[in-house]
Design a protein around this ligand. Structure first.
Ligand SMILES: [Zn+2]
Length: 74
């Protein structure tokens, strides 16, 4: 058996990427949270749409999966 080379890299492709999002209390816009693992247990996020500043807990972060090609906004 000479053909037992690398068989570990089966599904390491990043077809999608995940980001954390929190919904705004006022306008329900989804605001992205970068570095989800680096945030404190409680943190504040300013809404990019209406400017409302909301406080969230780490457990409130939703994970949004996006296709790789939709990195552009507009
Ligand atoms: Zn808002």
């Amino acid at each position: 058996m000479f053909f037992s080379s690398n068989t570990q890299t089966a599904t390491n492709r990043k077809a999608t990427w995940a980001r954390g999002v929190v919904p705004c209390d006022k306008c329900r816009a989804q605001n992205a949270v970068y570095r989800v693992e680096a945030v404190a247990d409680e943190f504040s996020v300013r809404c990019s749409q209406c400017g409302h500043r909301g406080f969230y807990r780490k457990s409130e972060i939703g994970i949004q999966q996006l296709p790789e090609r939709r990195l552009k906004k507009r």
